[in-house]
Design a protein around this ligand. Structure first.
Ligand SMILES: Nc1ncnc2c1ncn2[C@@H]1O[C@H](COP(=O)(O)OP(=O)(O)OP(=O)(O)O)[C@@H](O)[C@H]1O
Ligand SMILES: [Mg+2]
Length: 358
């Protein structure tokens, strides 16, 4: 059976879609967010007046973009809605506060089912939270299924807006959690100073000098030292968080701050991997961070072990997260659990998601 996975992550760059064809091939489509939708989704990350109305309108617009992505995939592959068993649609996170008992991925799954004529599985995270878990990360189970090796410990590092690792032990045990920021702080800084959505290949960061005092201050964030299970988002790592830590660095050159933010992301990932997977044979990176050559070089230098993109294991780094939601949709359809309690901290395995029939 074929499934479609739709992911739009913390970076707020756009919608990644994949279609897993019956022959095992993976097909992908990407639709960037229109500027106005991106601005609305960014605004929804923090409290503001009239949020319910704004959220509902944004969810409708998001579902229409999801539907466009589905139609593009169907057209590309030359299949019809009836050939797809289900769509796994993550939705857009606007709050992630598991300690308070909730996480919010806005979405309009009923509309998506209506527009596509395909069963939609949505709201993957809340059942895990209901069972006492973090609701995140959910991708380690998929990483294990796709990338695990019986011969060696492997680490998959997803560098999206936030960074997360999956430690895949040879015996099948999996550990995973959010390590801290991925691209989110670097993206914000380059947008503010160069007006670009991201630092292509990390070239701007590579031109700057590291500010050790600033790096120390960033690394003193208590989240980084918390034991797993743990997860985070823009609720913590946002522009205000950074501004507070930059107070004594008003005279620093923006390019040096970018260099330090890149090292901060690399250090948080490398420290976590060296602590929790010292025996890993290699680290495989997915998410947009895999396209940041500067970050990849720094990570490899800090780790002293090979760092590859997940291309080396057969899936493009841009397609891994969306594939995970196609996989989670399949798990739901087969009434199989999607979470790993050892990762999220939930009381047990749970079937994740809710069905909106076509
Ligand atoms: N060529 C590139 N060079 C440097 N960074 C890049 C490049 N292409 C993409 N990126 C980074 O990757 C980000 C998008 O990554 P991705 O889509 O994996 O993150 P996401 O949407 O937050 O997903 P998730 O939450 O699932 O991890 C961009 O915002 C940018 O920071
Ligand atoms: Mg993205």
């Amino acid at each position: 059976m074929s499934y479609i996975g739709l992911m739009s992550g913390t970076s707020l760059d756009g919608v990644d879609g994949v279609l897993t064809a019956f022959d095992g091939k993976l097909h992908a489509a990407y639709l960037p967010f229109p500027t106005t939708l991106r601005a609305t989704l960014l605004a929804l990350q923090a409290p503001a007046p009239d949020e319910i109305h704004t959220e509902a309108l944004a969810a409708v617009e998001l579902a229409r973009l999801y539907a466009d992505c589905v139609h593009e995939l169907l057209r590309k592959v030359g299949v019809s809605a009836g050939d797809i068993r289900a769509i796994g649609a993550h939705g857009q996170t606007i709050r992630h506060l598991p300690a308070l008992g909730y996480t919010r991925q806005i979405n309009a799954p009923a509309l998506l089912a209506e527009l596509t004529g395909i069963d939609v599985i949505a709201d993957f995270r809340s059942r895990d939270i209901a069972a006492g878990g973090q609701g995140a990360p959910l991708v380690p189970a998929f990483h294990q299924a796709m990338f695990g090796s019986p011969d060696a410990t492997r680490v998959v590092a997803n560098i999206g807006g936030i960074g997360n690792i999956s430690v895949l032990h040879a015996n099948g045990d999996v550990l995973g959690y959010d390590t801290g920021p991925g691209n989110v702080l670097m993206d914000g800084w380059v947008a503010r100073h160069l007006g670009q959505p991201y630092d292509a290949n990390g070239d701007w960061a590579a031109a700057g000098r590291l500010l050790p005092a600033l790096l120390d201050r960033l690394l003193s964030e208590p989240y980084l030292a918390l034991p797993a299970p743990k997860s985070t988002g823009r609720d913590l790592f946002n522009a205000d968080w950074l501004a507070e830590r930059l107070q004594d660095f008003a005279a620093a050159a923006p390019v040096d701050i970018q260099a330090t933010l890149a090292m901060f992301t690399a250090r948080t990932l490398a420290d976590a991997i060296l602590r929790d997977a010292p025996d890993a044979e290699a680290v495989y990176v997915c998410g947009g961070g895999a396209l940041n050559g500067h970050l990849m070089t720094q990570l490899q230098a800090l780790l002293g072990k090979p760092v590859h993109s997940t291309d080396a294991l057969g899936i493009s780094p841009n397609h891994v997260e969306a594939s995970a939601f196609a996989w989670l949709a399949a798990r739901f359809c087969d009434r199989q659990p999607g979470n790993l309690p050892a990762v999220t901290g939930a009381r047990g395995p749970r079937i994740l998601g809710a069905l909106y029939p076509a």
